[in-house]
Design a binder for this molecule. Structure first.
Ligand code: ATP
Ligand code: MG
Length: 434
């Protein structure tokens, strides 16, 4: 074993038995996003390091210690993207997508962060990100959240709680930050080392601390909601009213922050208590200042990113049902003539029923060993032909998943037979791994 190469720690292979549930999540996401008129954009996985330093900020966990940064052969500093928003904004500015236009965009792909690997936290992980440019009202914030709620429903997920907060404008937050720092400095000794460091670098992130002592201290700290400007408050109230009207439940969490200066107004997270410490499945908010900050014309923006590994772990926890992608039929053929006939028959069936999944046995072997493989494939039926069947122009159909006799059906009737007995929308549970 010591000589065999292994994947890098925190970077996972997604094996064939796992990909059907990934495809289910991706297909469902695509369908829901299309239902709201969102269009896909694809960006490179590598960007200039500068982009992330500028957009995410030098004093965030990501830039301070999580980026995969390297110098390429030209001597340029490049970074494997730790998230997608920066690249998306860069691409939109570069291609003029947001000059006086509204864009509703989404992307998916791997992101890279050098974190301590644990359940729900990896060094390569997949996100689906959604970004909207050119809309500043609460209606689009509501749309994003309503769309996400619909996604959970389509995926069959339960028990995700929406937490919401408003950060106000940059000025309102700056005033709050001053008051918070003053309060925390007076209680400096009670802060843990991490929070003491953040007090210097990024004090708002202290609100996010998981340390119960720090949280207790924050109980008496100044409250962001007391500093929120009137416009932001009205924006937030209008968002809440839309969510109420749409029947999307939420909790207001006054401690919810994003540690980046360009975030403002709405911030949100969808969280679950079913995934241990890594319970945030989807996180986002409004970042009206970023486009300007990265050199584009000032454009309001709002978006979110969700972690697909966490979503899938939750689907597994909740025994969700998803489409079965195992073959419908496994073709068992004995002898040269039957094998050739079988191959052509499978082609004719695929012509007639484009949704049908047939796996053809290759490599010969006894009936017994072929049936074993048929069984292992997860197929519903074995389609059986030997020399006798070819002579009679009939195939045997043997149920593999339930009891039932083998039947004979004429070659010419097979397509009609399967059109009636099979469909393309069978399902299975995430837990019946194959
Ligand atoms: P956390 O507080 O869990 O570190 P974050 O604030 O760093 O999350 P974001 O940058 O907002 O996360 O990313 C959005 C989502 O991407 C997260 O809510 C989570 O679902 C997922 N995610 C982030 N980092 C990882 C990771 N290392 N492994 C797996 N999923 C991740
Ligand atoms: Mg993180």
């Amino acid at each position: 074993m010591s000589n065999t190469l292994q994947a890098i720690r925190g970077m996972n292979d997604i094996l064939p038995e796992q990909t059907p549930v990934w495809q289910f999540v991706e297909d469902t996401l695509r369908a829901v996003l299309a239902a709201y008129g969102y269009r896909e954009i694809r960006m490179p996985v590598v960007e200039k390091t500068e982009l992330f330093k500028r957009s995410i900020g030098e004093v965030t966990d990501i830039v301070e210690k999580e980026m995969y940064t390297f110098t390429d052969r030209n001597g340029d500093s490049l970074t494997l993207r730790p998230e997608g928003t920066a690249s998306c904004v860069r691409a939109c500015i570069q291609h003029g997508l947001i000059n006086n236009q509204v864009q509703r965009l989404w992307y998916t792909g791997p992101m890279f962060r050098h974190e301590r690997p644990q359940k729900g936290r990896y060094r390569q992980f997949y996100q689906v990100g959604v970004e909207v440019f050119g809309l500043e009202g609460p209606d689009i914030d509501a749309e994003l959240l309503i769309m996400t709620a619909r996604l959970w429903k389509r995926l069959g997920l339960r028990d995700l709680v929406l937490q919401l907060n408003s950060l106000g404008t940059v000025e309102a937050r700056a005033a709050f930050k001053g008051a918070l720092v003053e309060y925390l400095q007076a209680h400096f000794e009670q802060l843990d080392a991490d929070s003491q460091r953040r007090l210097e670098t990024n004090p708002l992130r202290i609100l996010d601390s998981k340390n119960p002592d720090v949280q207790a201290l924050l109980g008496d700290a100044p409250r962001l909601s007391d500093y929120i400007d009137e416009d932001s408050k009205a924006h937030f109230d209008a968002l809440l009213a839309l969510l109420d009207a749409a029947g999307v439940d939420y909790e207001i969490n006054p401690r919810l922050v994003r540690g980046l200066d360009y975030y403002g107004r709405t911030v949100f997270e969808w969280v679950t208590d079913q995934l241990g410490a890594q319970g945030t499945v989807c996180a986002g908010g409004r970042y009206d200042a970023l486009v300007d900050y990265l050199g584009g014309k000032a454009t309001p923006a709002v978006g979110f990113a969700m972690g697909l590994e966490r979503l899938i772990a939750l689907l597994e926890n909740q025994q969700a049902v998803f489409p079965d992608s195992a073959p419908h039929l496994y073709l068992v053929a004995m002898g040269d003539t039957a094998q050739r006939e079988g191959l052509l028959m499978a082609e004719r069936l695929r012509d007639a029923l484009p949704w049908l999944r047939i796996q053809t046995h290759c490599g010969g072997g006894s009936f017994k060993s072929q049936f074993k493989k048929a069984d292992r494939s997860g197929a519903r039926y074995a389609l059986v032909i030997g020399e006798d069947e070819v002579a009679r122009g009939e195939a045997g159909i043997k149920p593999l998943r339930d009891r039932g006799e083998q039947q004979s059906v004429a070659f010419t009737d097979l397509a009609g037979y399967f059109a009636e007995t099979l469909s393309d929308n069978t399902t299975r549970r995430v837990s019946d791994g194959r």
